[in-house]
Design a protein around this ligand. Structure first.
Ligand code: ATP
Length: 430
């Protein structure tokens, strides 16, 4: 984990939040390569779960919504963490995550009595900060989907079963800190509410388990590092009748929640109907049945996906006595697809030719230019960034209009004519 954290900082994937002011715990900023990796993960998710399907509708709801939503959804009363604090070292813990409920795991100090705590961030709308102006930063993206359920049904008349998907920021005032981007205060969720008939819930639950697993494996995560865990009754969220987590074998402490899959029943639509006075029932045009659809909710976290993908991709190798660190990211996820170098940075002829290659590639693929230091260091930097191919312009290139293309994983080099380069890379990067 430490190695991944320092690689992420060094290569511009992830920086600690507010760093020059000493940092702000559990916040992070994504650097140039982190943004690209995140976008590639999100694009893969959106394509797979929204664009490639006939039964899915996208949504981008607000972060700030009426506080009445969080009352009706049960979050104000039921989205609760139980906090205990060590009287000696003042470290805080989530009561449900403690092995020993009596002693601090850090200093063996006595623990305070458990105290209930709503982990939603509060803010105020307007200039007056009183109880009537309180608003919350959303702790999940799901509620915007329920609130817009009727809008989408009225616009598109979907046949049940169908889903609504949304990705975006969620905020939680988390008690336990640490573990890099595994638990942040501000994170990104990718969620689906899949609306079904009650009698079919088990079938859909099983189907979504498979779909979730299939997608994360498609990102390069090994099946052997995944397992499902069913929530015990006393662990279920206030809205759920059955929840299973898909857990990933994280390097900082073994299997931990990667994503959740919940059977939310018709809890949300029913409550919002009652509290808002708007009829949110669905009418089945074939049978004329009017009912509150039940819901299966696959809920994905972007940062945990990123951490799993980086953990799988990180590798250290020693070839002929030379050590190297390589991020073996799938080409579709790699932030930079190809890098271009002149063999020597102080030979204008090589630089000029390499620049023409860079200009050809840049509009077609995310392409990097590097003309600093020696060639070995440049390869090393691109290996760490996970760049699948690097193109080097050498003296033969000037005569033959070709260059070498080095494969990140095998380190093998082939000579390719510059006029064939786009086609070559296009095929390799598919
Ligand atoms: P945990 O038990 O680890 O606190 P949770 O069960 O509260 O997680 P869910 O409410 O199921 O999490 O949220 C859905 C997904 O959102 C999680 O599976 C995870 O991928 C992501 N997620 C939740 N909380 C955080 C967080 N604080 N930082 C980063 N990702 C998070």
């Amino acid at each position: 984990m430490e190695k991944i954290v320092s690689l992420c900082k060094r290569r511009g994937f992830i920086y600690p939040g507010s760093e020059i002011y000493g940092g702000l715990a559990n916040t992070f900023d994504f650097g140039p390569l982190g943004v690209e990796l995140n976008n590639n993960i999100k694009n893969s998710w959106w394509k797979n779960f929204v664009q490639n399907r006939k039964d899915m509708y996208g949504l981008d709801g607000g972060i700030l919504m009426s506080p009445k939503i969080w009352e009706a959804s049960g979050h104000i009363a039921g989205f609760i963490d139980v906090l205990v604090e060590c009287k000696k070292c003042h470290k805080r813990f989530r009561a449900d995550q403690l092995n020993n409920k009596n002693k601090c795991s850090e200093c063996e100090g006595e623990l305070t009595k458990p105290k209930k705590f709503v982990p939603m961030f509060k803010t105020f709308i307007g200039p007056v900060e009183d109880s009537s102006s309180i608003a919350y930063l959303r702790p999940e993206t799901a509620q915007a989907i329920f609130i817009n359920f009727k809008n989408i049904v009225d616009s598109f008349h979907p046949e049940i079963p169908f889903g609504i998907a949304q990705m975006g920021k969620a905020f939680r005032n988390e008690i336990t800190l640490g573990n890099f981007i595994f638990r942040k205060l501000e994170f990104e969720q990718m969620e689906i509410e899949y609306f079904i008939k009650e009698k079919d819930w088990k079938k859909h639950f099983e189907y979504w388990k498979k779909e979730m697993e299939k997608w994360v494996i498609s990102l390069g995560v090994k099946k052997t590092n995944l397992r499902w865990r069913k929530h015990a009754k006393d662990e279920l969220s206030h809205y759920s009748k059955q929840t299973e987590d898909i857990e990933y074998n994280f390097s900082f402490g073994g299997f931990k929640e990667l994503y959740g899959l919940a059977y939310r029943t018709n809890f949300d639509l029913k409550n919002h109907s009652e509290k808002s006075g708007k009829d949110l029932r669905y009418i089945d045009l074939k049978t004329n049945e009017k009912f509150f659809p039940h819901v299966i909710e696959p809920s994905f976290g972007l940062e945990r996906t990123m951490l799993a993908v980086l953990s799988e991709a990180y590798s250290e190798e020693e070839i002929k006595g030379i050590k190297r660190v390589v991020l073996k990211l799938k080409p579709s996820l790699a932030p930079i697809k190809v890098a271009v170098f002149p063999l020597l940075a102080n030979k204008p002829g090589l630089v000029k030719k390499a620049k023409t290659v860079y200009d050809i590639l840049k509009p077609n693929f995310p392409t990097a230019w590097d003309g600093r230091g020696n060639i070995g260091k440049r390869y090393y930097a691109q290996d760490e960034a996970g760049t699948p191919f690097t193109c080097t312009v050498d003296f033969d290139s000037l005569k033959n209009d070709d260059l070498t293309v080095r494969d990140r994983d095998t380190m093998k080099q082939v000579r390719i004519k510059i006029k064939e380069l786009l086609d070559y890379l296009d095929k390799k990067l598919k």
